[in-house]
Design a protein around this ligand. Structure first.
Ligand code: NAD
Length: 505
């Protein structure tokens, strides 16, 4: 809660809309449902460090029940006409928008995210249901002209029950990003949110069922990764897994999927380059650089944290960026600052450890590197925006994902060197290119190994554009029509149409 709000429940009820529960249970079969073990775990409000809410600590027994209910929910969902399924998804989108303020408020309390950003995230979640709801009756098959004696056609079918494991940095958008295409394709969903941020995923599932989704088609199991998450990836009823999180956990999930021969898509980390050539509009580049690594306190997988700047314009760029960082207002998420805290004390310590490593390895700290001095913020997990300059791409802070508001300025000489440094990383999620030279912008965008490249912009929001990684940033794509293919499997049907007795050709 915010220092002024008087507690989680008080703050949320002040906002109205969605009542705050003292205790959050799983959401299974269309209703809140206690854990079989009777065990709960508690969370902390990142803006204050105070405890709030108890959440069901799920295990394999709860997962089994959710998967069984999902199987029944999937049959009911598939019994509806595709157009009717699309209409339910559009109804969900409008319910999400109706509750936008309340959901955003809950998201900010739970995650520490700035309220304006939570509002954008809730709207994006609504867009996922709208976008994928619109294609629920347009998932087409094909006729295959391979024989004159047969009718051959291919249809796209759902997998059945899909598992979705999501992280804490954008809970409600990531819930929508997975559930939208999975449901549109006719699957039923069992989702496990990160233990730090469960509230809006649970409320989203409730809204879906209230808007007409059959009970069981969207279930949420809360709990720890090694317990509930692992049980979900190992459950015999899961036919596809979508994982978003760290590379380390992604590897574990892929191994679990391999054991069961289940398809898996993984959206993992990033260390994205933000490449500024000396002919760029430096004011815009500096302003967007701030967005690239400071937005959401740096907890964005596609954050542009490696600021590759052409040597001649480093001083001018750093001066502008420093002015931009001076403007950043930091505070409790629900007070609507520019950025809130990071999600947990553990995460803050991780970020601070990297800041120490940066100093020790010889990078020059040009901005921040400390906890904000404001005494009101003492209890929360705040880190000031931090900028290192004179960074070599081989340094730890340039190679490892920090997931905090820390940027590194890495100078380069020419285009060739820029591309080499940009690609010299285990990751390949996103990239930015800043130049007024149109030919160069296409050339460099084409050579950078990343799933999304922005030219003279950074992270423009959109549910329509496929998103996903090269290299260790993962494989498979979320968003856009591309995502649908990961939630369907094809079946080819071959019917002999030649008259009886005719020889098949
Ligand atoms: P994490 O890997 O620690 O946890 C992610 C999820 O996996 C959580 O729900 C967690 O409970 C669960 N989990 C943990 N162990 C598990 C196991 N053994 N089996 C099954 N599930 C398990 O990641 P995090 O720290 O919550 O999130 C930060 C990471 O997520 C960063 O690396 C970030 O880049 C990445 N991320 C990627 C994208 C993307 O789209 N590429 C988006 C957001 C975040």
């Amino acid at each position: 809660m915010t220092p002024a709000s008087g507690g989680f429940a008080a703050a949320a009820s002040k906002e109205g809309g969605i009542p705050v529960r003292e205790r959050y249970e799983h959401f299974i079969g269309g209703a809140f449902s206690p854990p079989a073990s009777g065990r709960y775990f508690s969370n902390h409000d990142p803006s204050t460090g105070e405890p709030f809410g108890a959440f069901a600590r799920g295990d394999a027994v709860d997962v089994r029940r959710a998967v069984e209910d999902a199987a029944a929910g999937q049959s009911a969902w598939m019994a509806m006409r595709p157009a009717a399924r699309g209409q339910v998804m559009l109804a969900i989108a409008s319910r999400i928008r109706r509750d936008l303020d309340a959901l955003a408020w809950l998201e900010s309390l739970d995650s520490g995210k700035a309220l304006w950003l939570s509002r954008l995230d809730v709207e994006t979640c609504a867009r996922y249901f709208e976008y994928f709801g619109g294609v629920a009756d347009k998932i087409l098959g094909e006729v295959i002209p391979a024989s004159n004696e047969h009718l051959m056609y291919m249809v796209r079918e759902p997998f059945g029950v899909t598992a979705h494991i999501i992280p804490w940095n954008a809970p409600i958008t990531q819930a929508g990003r997975g559930a939208g295409p999975a449901l549109a394709a006719g699957n039923a969903v069992v989702m496990k949110p990160a233990e730090e941020t469960c509230v809006t995923t649970l409320e989203l599932a409730r809204i879906c069922v209230e808007a007409g989704l059959p009970p069981g088609a969207f279930n949420v199991i809360t709990g720890y990764g090694e317990e509930a998450g692992q049980a979900l990836t190992s459950d015999a009823g899961i036919r596809k897994i979508a994982f978003t999180g760290s590379v380390e956990t992604g590897r574990r999930v892929m191994k679990a999927a391999a054991d069961r021969v289940v398809p898996v898509t993984v959206e993992l980390g990033g260390k994205s380059p933000f490449v500024v050539f000396d002919d760029a509009d430096l004011d815009s580049a500096a302003s967007l650089a701030r967005k690239a690594f400071v937005l959401n306190a740096g907890q964005i997988c596609s954050a542009g944290t490696r600021l590759l700047v052409q040597r001649r314009c480093v001083p001018a760029f750093v001066e502008r960026l420093t002015r931009e960082l001076d403007k950043v207002r930091i505070g409790p998420g629900v007070e609507d600052p520019d950025i809130g805290p990071v999600v947990s004390e553990q995460q803050r310590q991780r970020v601070e450890r990297y800041i120490e490593i940066g100093r020790a390895e010889g990078a020059r700290l040009a901005y921040g590197g400390y906890r904000p001095a404001d005494s009101r913020l003492r209890g929360g997990y705040y880190v000031a925006p931090t900028l290192f300059v004179d960074v070599a791409n081989s340094m730890t802070i340039a190679q490892e994902e920090i997931f905090g508001p820390v940027g590194c300025v890495i100078p380069f000489g020419d285009e060739e060197e820029a591309v080499r440094i940009a690609n010299d990383t285990q990751y390949g999620l996103a990239a930015g290119v800043w130049t007024r030279d149109v030919a160069r912008s296409h050339r460099v965008a084409g050579r950078i190994q990343a799933g999304q490249v922005y030219v003279n912009d950074y992270q423009p929001i959109g549910v329509e554009a496929p998103f996903g990684g090269y290299k260790n940033s993962g494989y498979g794509r979320e968003k856009g029509l591309e995502a649908l293919h990961h939630y369907t499997q094809t079946k080819t049907i071959i019917v002999r149409t030649a008259p009886d007795g005719a020889t098949a050709g």
